[in-house]
Design a protein around this ligand. Structure first.
Ligand code: CTP
Ligand code: CA
Length: 224
């Protein structure tokens, strides 16, 4: 075991991480999803484990593999599955890092049989999914709650609104559009905003490296 890189601030801490996309079924063979690779969430889970924390990783469908043996992986498919799994684990946690790209909407009806192409136009009614992060925040005892914000414009403003509305301790702002940033890439550049409005920018770096940088900054600001 790699005791040399333990961080005493993480040893014994129980951290829940959500990662990846969610898939919302239309019928037995089709779904509505998104391009989240799960890389950032998995990198955070690996980094917490490497630093000595106990990780529960609740992940939507991805190709990522966990390396660290101490990570408890709970695979889920839909937003409702992910919520249920978060609800089962939340009370035992010290911190939650909500990196999943949860589908905001799901088909109002999931057909039990394959939809046939009989119509020229097909209308699908979507209904809102539960907000998992908001549930966790509203049902916390002592947990620190860290959210993500994916934005294509007005990043800082929208992220601050989410931080306040969802009552978070901190939010990681992912502004997509620039090369190397965001979905499916191996690198990322983000801003970390705390509830006291303190803002830290992280240069473009590998998601593995960024995970350690973010965790260090979170620990320094949320616990010390
Ligand atoms: N999130 C969640 N459950 C949802 C939607 C989002 O837990 N149903 C979490 C994400 O994991 C992320 C944060 O909420 O940590 C913000 O997600 P984002 O998609 O940026 O914001 P939304 O609140 O969904 O608002 P919008 O998509 O309209 O910007
Ligand atoms: Ca959303």
């Amino acid at each position: 075991e790699d005791h040399f890189c333990y961080d005493k601030r993480f040893v014994g801490k129980k951290v829940l991480v959500t990662a990846g996309p969610t898939y919302e079924a239309l019928d037995p063979v089709r779904f509505i999803g998104n391009h989240s690779s799960g890389k950032m969430g998995f990198a955070l889970a690996e980094a917490v484990a490497a630093l000595g924390g106990d990780v529960v990783l609740i992940t939507g469908p991805t190709n990522q593999k966990v390396k660290h043996k101490q990570i408890q992986v709970i695979p889920v498919v839909s937003a409702n599955d992910m919520l249920e799994s978060v609800q089962k684990n939340w009370s035992q946690m010290d911190m939650g890092i909500f990196a999943a790209a949860v589908a905001d909407y799901r088909p109002a009806h999931s057909e039990t049989q394959k939809i046939k192409k009989t119509q020229d136009q097909l209308e699908i009614i979507l209904e809102k999914n539960p907000d998992i992060l908001s549930w966790a925040s509203a049902n916390k005892t002592d947990q620190k709650v860290v959210g993500f914000a994916l934005e294509t414009q007005n990043g800082i403003e929208y992220a601050q609104n989410k931080l306040e509305k969802k009552q978070l301790d901190a939010i990681v702002l992912n502004e997509i559009g620039e090369p190397g940033v965001g979905f499916g890439t191996d690198t990322n550049s983000v801003k970390l905003i705390f509830k006291n409005n303190k803002l830290r920018s992280f240069e473009l770096q590998s998601k593995e490296q960024l995970a350690f940088s973010l965790l260090n900054e979170l620990m320094t600001n949320l616990y010390e």
